[in-house]
Design a protein around this ligand. Structure first.
Ligand SMILES: [Fe+2]
Length: 429
């Protein structure tokens, strides 16, 4: 009887184990190491061991094969398994619509599409930018979903704080978030950097679920789009004790700027825009680092402080710094070390004498809005607590346009141009 029971248990166990879930989900795109590569990333609840993207112009005739990711579990209690798949599609035609599906011989996704970036440096990047978008209270999501599918953007930049948080419920929050952004990120490259809400298990959900260029697990990298050189980095190396400190990233930024500011590169791509999660300046009514004058990302850490980025960005003529973390939108006058350095009294953003900072962390999440200090200092130009996101359009080497969409008010509530006759170190202007 014992042996019969054991056999029945084993048969039953095998029967249960034979259920498999191989259908692709959480499909999203990112830009590869150059403008002609796109990476498709997706998840399967069970380990498939095969990662394929089939794609083509008009008809699906081509195939790219990636390396299966193997088992992904975080260090949570339940040890839920899934497989994250990545396939790079290379040598794509510029400015061309491709159809694709992803999966394996065990299950395929629906057919999606994307449009590749135009060739060269003289096109007009159009990008939606925001941070702090959660599963709950994701107020900006519907409008972004429609605009992305209508082909309005070349890319979406999400600068930290996803899902709130991806590790919650043993990663089910992360799965839900990736499903919610699929109507955006399945069609338009979704470029990211980490925020404080990604810190669990040494940022493992962030590092594994997204595929950013540069070979540094999406923590810091740069990319070129039209006349702009974008630098994405992690503010968390200054704040999270899981990191040994900011020196490695700092050295990488120094090298990246050295290359980007070579005269031949700056002539082609004069705009340099740096993006990370926790801002150098803010006027929020809270205890965050940006509410005090010696923000770590700005002046550095230790005694004497090292690795401060504000002097580095100033000396290299970085044009803009875009942040999130504060659940607000805030535009600042050109600023360096708390000094306003406008182009002129009437035209602060015409030939500004310091970088222009923006905070756009109001996409919508369950933590709601942040509050501002009652009095706005002279270096803060515009503030809004509405939910929303930013749109950036860089027309040419001299003209950059940015606007803030309030999804609360259903309209554009702020817009401005930065106009520059030349780009370079501010201390030599
Ligand atoms: Fe944050």
């Amino acid at each position: 009887m014992f042996w019969l029971s054991l056999v029945l248990v084993l048969v039953n166990f095998n029967y249960i184990q034979s259920y498999v879930r191989y259908q692709p989900e959480q499909i999203h795109l990112s830009l590869g190491d150059n403008g002609r590569d796109v990476v498709v990333t997706w998840s399967t609840p069970d380990v498939v061991g095969e990662s394929i993207v089939e794609y083509g112009i008009g008809e699906i005739t081509l195939r790219a094969i990636g390396n299966p990711g193997g088992v992904f579990t975080d260090d949570g209690i339940e040890k839920r398994r899934q497989e994250i798949h990545r396939v790079k599609i290379s040598n794509l035609e510029p400015n061309t619509i491709y159809k694709y599906r992803c999966g394996s011989r065990k299950g395929w996704s629906s057919v999606y599409w994307f449009k590749t970036l135009p060739a060269g440096d003289s096109w007009i990047p159009n990008i939606a930018i925001y941070g702090d978008l959660g599963n709950i209270e994701a107020i900006s999501l519907p409008q972004l979903q429609k605009e992305a599918q209508n082909g309005m953007y070349h890319a979406i930049f999400h600068i930290g704080d996803f899902a709130y948080d991806m590790e919650v419920d043993n990663g089910r929050y992360g799965d839900e978030f990736m499903r919610q952004i699929e109507p955006i990120a399945g069609y338009v490259p979704y470029m990211t950097c980490p925020g404080n809400h990604e810190s669990a298990y040494n940022f493992s959900h962030y590092r594994t679920r997204f595929t950013m260029p540069g070979g540094n697990q999406g923590l810091y990298y740069s990319l070129n789009m039209g006349p702009v050189h974008f630098i994405f980095f992690s503010s968390e190396v200054y704040y999270d004790s899981q990191y040994p400190g900011p020196q490695r990233q700092y050295n990488w930024i120094v090298d990246d700027l050295k290359e980007a500011t070579k005269p031949e590169n700056r002539a082609k791509r004069p705009w340099i825009i740096a993006l990370a999660h926790q801002p150098m300046y803010c006027t929020s009514f809270n205890q965050d680092d940006c509410t005090v004058s010696r923000t770590k990302t700005r002046v550095g850490m230790g005694n004497p402080p090292k690795y401060g980025l504000e002097p580095l960005f100033y000396e290299n003529g970085v044009d803009m710094q875009i942040w999130a973390h504060e659940h607000t939108y805030e535009r600042f006058y050109p600023i360096y070390d708390y000094k306003v350095l406008n182009g002129s009294i009437d035209e602060p953003y015409v030939n500004p004498k310091a970088p222009v900072h923006i905070i756009t962390g109001s996409a919508g999440c369950e933590e709601g809005h942040d509050f501002f200090t009652p009095k706005s200092p002279e270096w803060s130009a515009y503030r809004s607590r509405d939910y929303g996101y930013s749109r950036l359009k860089v027309y040419n080497n001299t003209h950059l346009y940015m606007e803030q969409v309030s999804t609360t008010a259903d309209k554009v509530i702020d817009e401005f141009w930065i106009i520059k006759n030349s780009h370079g170190p501010y201390n030599s202007l």
